[in-house]
Design a protein around this ligand. Sequence first.
Ligand code: SF4
Length: 208
Amino acid sequence: MKNNIFENDGKQLPVMEHFLSIQGEGYHTGLASYFIRIGGCDVGCHWCDVKESWDPQRHPLTAVDDLLVFIPQHIETVVITGGEPTLYNLDYLTSRLKEMEKIIHLETSGTGTVSGVFDWVCLSPKKNELPLPEYYRKAGELKVIIQNKTDFDFAEKQAKLVKNNTCKLYLQPEWSQRDKMTPLIIDYVLAHPQWKISLQTHKFLKIP
Ligand code: SF4
């Protein structure tokens, strides 16, 4: 499935939604950003909070050039998210965004083909399909979702694969388990301060 989708020239993408909001998670929390959510993901996390993104057929192809006119001029940062955006060839989208002098962030599980240019990569690895090696080298931040206690061990194993000293490390409670997992993450971060806690602040703020 990945390769068939990727062979598209990227001038049209199955965009699920695009909107102006505030980055709620990770290193750039609080930053006003324009989000482009591309449909399609075959990783299959059982706790995924955007399951409606999984089937790319549900999201009609949108011409990238038509989409870009919606991005406000005064907004510097564009976040490409999903679904899993690396299922697609992102060369055209990111080259057009660079022409517009935007700062481009990618949110990915790192499972699809590498394409496009990014100023920041947030890598969120998933146990059921691990990232390709290139994404560990590109990651500016590693964001591991903590759904149960065994995820701390997974997080440490993943942290060994990213750039030492420069990649920011985050542990984020899976939303439905936040009451149970957040206290454990707090204790873990206090004992292992190379990690920081990331919260889905946009959900607390009730914004998209
Ligand atoms: S990789 Fe992301 S979009 Fe895909 S199933 Fe997992 S959480 Fe959902």
